[in-house]
Ligand binder design. Structure first.
Ligand SMILES: *Cc1c(COP(=O)(O)O)cnc(C)c1O
Length: 377
């Protein structure tokens, strides 16, 4: 028996007819770029996140680059970013020709440590080499960041607040959905994300109508009033009409899927919390559970992964190396031991299967296999 890490096939079999129809309609319409299905999906996204404007984008990475370019972020500008994240978060900063300033994370939530963030902003101002411009936080593994305190810090320091919710789309704090809690929120519809399409895709959200229009322009080659009126340097970063049509179908099932993810996470936590460090969800927070990630003891991880593999259970390490010591980013970082929490977590975290279509049988096998391992420790 092999248990899938995520089960996109089970999801597809439920929605396949509707998706076939939605794709068929795009083929009938023939507007593959910026077609009606894209405009419809953007409307639906805006409703889902609670009223922000939405723009589809070609990927989560481009969805980060679009606001940075729209704000005119570039050479000499500092963007404060956690090091414990996927490469794309930091990559977008360098693609915009700005400089990442890496910040440590909280050992329990895995999200940006707001007190370290404030220190890094002060340090950067004191050094005087870079101009602080943007806080770029990440809802790691689906858990929303401390939006209120980060927004306060951004306001006090006169910085933009960009949220990378590639993993956190669907999350909320006290009922307020991610997408309306930062100046701009970016997400990804890569197939394995909580809401995924059948290719690459992403979106940006903002409540600022003027910024929306600049981002719309950046999304299509810096276009001005018409196609051959060019206002700025932009990108080709549109979401395909076909992907938007697929996402419209999937979005209808998304709330139910989020509830199923949350149920599974709670069952994991109830069963495993006595045996191992399980994920922390602060009061009032709702995680989209992009990953369910355990914190093991030092030097336990290889044995744990081998044990699970023998039982037919895949596990994954997100992420084995923090960004500030990866070669392309190292010149911007302060080297090993500069961000102790991020570096420590990278040696101890491991994610177990998480998806909304898990059978009770698979769930129990996973829980029992974990307990079996930790009981022997
Ligand atoms: C997946 C991911 C991205 C990038 O999304 P793509 O659609 O693959 O470009 C950015 N940030 C984080 C945290 C991600 O997990």
């Amino acid at each position: 028996m092999t248990i899938p890490f995520i089960d996109l096939k089970a999801q597809q079999s439920i929605m396949r007819n509707e998706i076939d129809q939605a794709i068929g309609k795009v083929l009938d319409d023939g507007q593959y770029i910026q077609g009606q299905a894209l405009r419809d999906f953007e409307q639906e996204l805006s409703v889902f996140v609670g009223g922000s404007y939405s723009l589809g984008a070609s990927s989560g990475t481009d969805a980060l680059l679009i606001p940075l370019m729209a704000w005119g972020i570039g050479s000499g500008d500092a963007v404060f970013v956690p090091s414990f994240t996927y490469t794309a978060t930091a990559e977008a900063i360098l693609l915009a020709h700005a400089s990442p300033v890496f910040v440590d994370v909280d050992p329990e939530t895995f999200n940006i440590d707001v007190s370290d963030l404030k220190e890094k902003i002060l340090e950067t101002r004191a050094e005087g080499k870079l101009t602080p411009k943007v806080i770029l936080s990440v809802d790691l593994f689906g858990l929303p960041v401390d939006y209120a305190n980060i927004a306060d810090a951004a306001r006090e320091e006169d910085l933009y607040f960009l949220s990378d919710a590639a993993q956190g789309f669907g999350g909320s704090i006290n009922g307020k959905r991610v997408g309306g809690l930062a100046d701009v929120t970016s997400t990804s519809f890569f197939p394995a994300k909580p809401l995924g399409c059948y290719g690459d895709g992403g979106a940006v959200f903002t409540k600022d109508e003027d910024l929306l229009e600049i981002m719309r322009s950046v999304r299509t080659h810096g276009q001005g009033k018409h196609k051959y009126d060019i206002s700025r340097i932009g990108l080709n970063a549109r979401l395909d009409t076909i992907q938007a049509a697929i996402l419209s179908v999937k979005l209808k099932y998304f709330e139910k899927e989020l509830a199923a993810r949350d149920r599974l996470a709670k069952e994991y936590t109830v069963s495993l919390s006595g045996a191992v460090n399980t994920p922390v969800v602060p009061e009032g927070y709702f995680s989209s559970w992009a990953q369910y990630t355990l914190q093991l003891e030092d030097n336990q991880r290889d044995a744990f992964q081998t044990h699970m593999k023998e039982k037919g259970i895949p596990t994954m390490v997100y992420y084995p190396t923090p960004m500030h010591i990866q070669p392309p980013y190292a010149p911007h970082g302060k080297g090993p031991r500069s961000l102790p929490v991020s570096e420590d977590l990278c040696t101890r975290v491991v994610s177990i299967p998480m998806h909304p279509y898990m059978s009770n049988k698979h769930r129990d096998t996973i829980i029992n296999s974990c307990l079996d391992f930790f009981d022997k420790q």
